[in-house]
Design a protein. Structure first.
Ligand SMILES: *[C@@H]1O[C@H](CO)[C@@H](O)[C@H](O)[C@H]1NC(C)=O
Ligand SMILES: *[C@@H]1O[C@H](CO)[C@@H](O)[C@H](O)[C@H]1NC(C)=O
Length: 160
């Protein structure tokens, strides 16, 4: 039963049992998936009255999701995450501050920090890896690269 319920998550999350104590196991998702970036308070205390800051330090603005004063505060949220992030409100009282990210994009790959400033400055780093399905692979050739190809072809023809 336990194994079964863990495997239901396998399509969204690949759990590496060996790395679990170091907190560095990457989360793997496919483009278009919904994914949960796990974060729990070290001691089982409620997070309802805490500030919870999810960030991508490599982005500007770096805010992914901010919860404070018992509600979401998305004023500073990076627009690439608009409408795609949520906390599990009913889980906050269990100290579970995991982030749900929906409709994952390739550009979502990166390192996310879950930061609880008032609680020992607890900071958890979650690495998200994003793979593309073969279908999306064929339709997502970057426009920049393609126009370069076309331009290159044109030049060859005009020389000949
Ligand atoms: C936190 O909540 C999410 C959503 O309910 C759940 O999937 C996850 O397993 C929870 N994490 C822990 C450590 O309980
Ligand atoms: C995320 O962190 C890992 C491990 O520290 C590192 O190897 C990787 O380069 C980082 N990725 C990004 C996009 O910064």
């Amino acid at each position: 039963m336990r194994i079964y319920s863990v495997c239901m998550l396998c399509s969204l999350i690949i759990i590496s049992s060996t790395a679990s104590d170091t907190g560095v196991q990457p989360i793997v998702a496919l483009v278009g998936d919904d994914v949960i970036l796990p974060c729990t308070l070290r001691h089982t205390v409620s997070a309802v009255h805490q500030s919870v800051e999810w960030q991508r330090p490599d982005l500007k603005p770096k805010e992914v999701h901010l919860y404070r004063d018992e509600k979401d505060d998305l004023v500073l949220q990076n627009p690439v995450f608009r409408g795609r992030t949520s906390l599990f409100k009913e889980e906050l009282e269990n100290g579970n501050t995991s982030l749900k990210l929906t409709r994952v994009k390739l550009s979502d790959a990166g390192n996310y920090t879950c930061y609880i400033p008032l609680l020992d400055h607890q900071k958890t780093i979650i690495q998200l890896l994003v793979g593309e399905s073969t279908h999306l692979l064929t339709t997502q050739t970057p426009l920049g690269d393609r126009s370069h190809e076309i331009k290159g072809e044109f030049n060859v023809k005009s020389i000949a």
